[in-house]
Design a protein around this ligand. Structure first.
Ligand SMILES: Cc1cc2nc3c(=O)[nH]c(=O)nc-3n(C[C@H](O)[C@H](O)[C@H](O)COP(=O)(O)OP(=O)(O)OC[C@H]3O[C@@H](n4cnc5c(N)ncnc54)[C@H](O)[C@@H]3O)c2cc1C
Length: 321
């Protein structure tokens, strides 16, 4: 990079900021150098160069279009439950759909339910139980927003997010809005290809059946109990590695004797070996060092290359591993 490049980039950020200040509705939030750690479940990492919570679809479009026009990168933040934020932060525009505008839960006459991308899965499950709509119970303990769950095709208790999806509404990073049926999308284990380069606005979901709200709540409670017994309570980003073919990452890490391994404030959870927890004061550097240590030990002992399931926000794992 030439010496002039950082100055040019700073100028592009200032320009973007002034263009957006004149355009966004007063209810939309725009802030420089907003701390991201507290907005994630792992609670590590630095600030976003620019941070926005649009209150309308028009404002979201403006944020995307103005950044795109200047070649500045945009990153979506959901509940931050699958993210490790670098200690020096994210050199990009981080957009969160935290404004109530994005939290709709609307049963429709055709039997589908519209769920906004900012709606928390916990709330989705509660509202569905209240409406007597069955099929979403498996999502209750996943601490995600609908947008993040779609991007990751999050799953639990034998169910996957896309099992209940009929259609996704999205906007591309260039600002084009589109509706896509599930069959048109490329969805896999913890992955939805289309949402790698687009923002989910929400989805039409299809309940499996109508059922008694009490019966739905009992199923939710049974899943909650199972989760409480199997998962640590400390801050984490959930499972740190994807399951390798034919086995579970947690089992392999445990068999390598790594439960309780520590670097600074980061620890391989003694409760579930595929969770790295923040025991207090952990940094992103601690997490990365422990990830490298676990991968090296598992490779040496079992010949398996563990792939991270969590995302390194704004960066690529291959650049740091
Ligand atoms: C205690 C704990 C338990 C967990 N249990 C499970 C589990 O059982 N099953 C499971 O699958 N996961 C689990 N996870 C991981 C995590 O909850 C999921 O990966 C979840 O889907 C992340 O959603 P999020 O809203 O937090 O997204 P974030 O972590 O904020 O973001 C994840 C990705 O989604 C993208 N994204 C977010 N919103 C949008 C949007 N609107 N449009 C496009 N892209 C978007 C982000 O840019 C990022 O790439 C767990 C995590 C924790 C901390």
């Amino acid at each position: 990079m030439s010496a002039a490049a950082p100055a040019a980039r700073e100028a592009a950020w200032s320009e973007l900021l002034s263009a957006l200040r004149g355009k966004l509705a007063p209810a939309s939030k725009l802030a420089e150098r907003e701390a991201l750690g507290p907005k994630t479940t792992l609670r590590v990492g630095g600030p976003a160069r620019l941070y926005a919570e649009p209150a309308t679809e028009a404002d979201l479009q403006a944020l995307l279009a103005e950044s795109h026009a200047r070649g500045l990168p945009v990153f979506m933040l959901g509940r931050g439950s699958n993210l490790v934020v670098p200690d020096d932060g994210v050199d990009g525009l981080v957009i969160s759909l935290a404004h109530p505008h994005w939290q709709a839960f609307e049963p429709r006459a055709d039997g589908r339910v519209w769920a906004g991308a900012g709606l928390r899965l916990k709330n989705l499950c509660g509202l569905a139980a209240k409406a007597g709509l069955q099929g979403f119970e498996f999502m209750e303990g996943i601490p995600a927003t609908v947008g993040g769950a779609l991007r990751m095709n999050a799953g639990a208790m034998g169910g996957w997010t896309f099992d209940v999806v009929d259609e996704v509404r999205l906007v591309t990073l260039a600002g084009e809005t589109r509706a896509m049926k599930k069959a048109e999308m490329h969805v896999d284990y913890r992955h939805c290809a289309e949402l790698g380069t687009a923002v989910a606005l929400g989805a039409f979901l299809r309940p499996r059946a109508h059922a008694d709200g009490e019966a739905i709540r009992r199923q939710i409670e049974a899943y909650q109990k199972k989760r409480q017994e199997a998962q640590p309570r400390e801050p984490s980003a959930g499972c740190i590695f994807k399951n390798p073919p034919g086995t579970s990452a947690g089992r392999v890490i445990d068999e390598c004797g790594l439960k309780g391994a520590r670097v600074g404030g980061a620890e391989v959870s003694p409760v579930h070996a595929n969770f790295i927890v923040n025991r207090g004061g952990a940094t992103c550097a601690d997490i990365l060092a422990l990830v490298r240590q676990v991968r090296a030990r598992v490779k040496e002992a079992r010949g398996i290359d563990l792939e991270p399931e969590v995302m390194l926000f704004g960066r690529n794992w291959r650049d740091v591993l």
